[in-house]
Design a protein around this ligand. Structure first.
Ligand SMILES: O=C(O)CCC(=O)C(=O)O
Ligand SMILES: [Fe+2]
Length: 229
C-alpha cells in the first residue's frame, strides 16, 4: 500500500538561500546539522549547476536508469511496494557530473572542517519518480552500520505546484506530528543524518526528478577497500 498524503504540517527551519553566498550557505548547513540533525535550503544550488544537472538527467538514456532497490551489497532487493523509482548513478563522465562532484567536494571539506564527521566518500544518483511513484517511510542507514553518515537530496523540478504532490516528509522528532514536509522544488537542497531521520516520498502526480546522495565513512579494513557501492 503506497503512503497516503494524510494531514501534513509544515514546520521547522527552512532557509531561502537566494540571499546567501556560498560560504554563508555552507555555514548555515553546518549549523543546522549540528543543532537539528537536518538542513533544508531553497534555491541552494547555483542556478547554472541545477540547470546543467537537470539537462543531464533528462538527456540520460532510459536504458541507463534501473529500478531502484533497497538494502545494501548482497542484501539488495527490488521491492516495488516500498519504492518504485528509477535511478542512474552519477560519475565524472559528463560535464554535469564533474561540476556536481566539484560542488560536493567543497561541501564535504567544509563539513569535515567544522563538524568533524569524517566524511570520506560520496556516491549519488539521478532519481526519476514517474506519476504514481513513491518511496515508503525508511532510514538510509541503521545504527551500528556506520556506512552512510549523511544523506543529501537536490530537486530538479522547475515550477512544482502543491497539487503535484510527491513531497518529501522528514520525521524530525519522536511523535508523528513532528514532521517537515518539503516540496521537491528546483534547487532545493535537503541534508540529514542518515541514521537519525526517517523519511518518505509521497506519491507523486507528475514526473519528479532529483539527485540523492550519501557521504560515507572510510570503512576499509581487513584488506577490503572502501567504498563498494
Ligand atoms: O527523493 C527524495 O525526496 C528522497 C529519496 C530518498 O529518500 C532516498 O533515495 O533514499
Ligand atoms: Fe532515503
Amino acid at each position: 500500500m503506497p503512503p497516503q498524503p494524510g494531514h501534513l504540517i509544515d514546520a521547522a527551519p527552512i532557509t531561502t538561500a537566494t540571499s546567501l553566498d556560498n560560504l554563508s550557505l555552507l555555514e548555515s548547513i553546518s549549523n543546522n546539522l549540528r543543532e537539528h540533525g537536518y538542513s533544508v535550503h531553497l534555491n541552494a544550488l547555483p542556478h547554472l549547476l541545477s540547470h546543467c544537472l537537470l539537462n543531464q538527467a533528462i538527456a540520460t538514456p532510459s536504458k541507463e536508469f534501473r529500478p531502484a532497490s533497497i538494502g545494501r551489497r548482497s542484501k539488495l532487493s527490488l521491492q516495488t511496494d516500498i519504492r518504485n523509482d528509477q535511478i542512474s548513478w552519477i560519475n565524472d563522465s559528463t560535464v554535469a557530473g564533474i561540476a556536481w562532484i566539484a560542488w560536493i567536494a567543497e561541501l564535504q571539506s567544509y563539513l569535515n572542517a567544522h563538524l568533524f564527521l569524517g566524511l570520506f566518500s560520496f556516491e549519488s544518483h539521478y532519481a526519476h519518480y514517474g506519476p504514481g511513484c513513491f518511496y515508503g517511510r525508511h532510514q538510509d542507514a541503521f545504527h551500528g552500520d556506520a556506512n552512510r553518515v549523511l544523506s543529501l537530496i537536490v530537486y530538479l523540478n522547475p515550477e512544482w505546484q502543491a497539487g503535484d504532490a510527491g513531497e518529501l516528509v522528514l520525521y524530525t522528532g519522536t511523535s508523528p506530528e513532528e514532521r517537515l514536509v518539503i516540496h521537491p522544488q528546483f534547487g532545493t537542497l535537503v541534508m540529514f543524518l542518515s541514521e537519525d531521520i526517517e523519511h518518505e516520498v509521497l506519491v507523486t502526480n507528475k514526473d519528479r526528478r532529483s539527485i540523492a546522495g550519501w557521504f560515507h565513512l572510510n570503512q576499509s579494513h581487513g584488506g577490503l577497500i572502501d567504498p563498494p557501492s
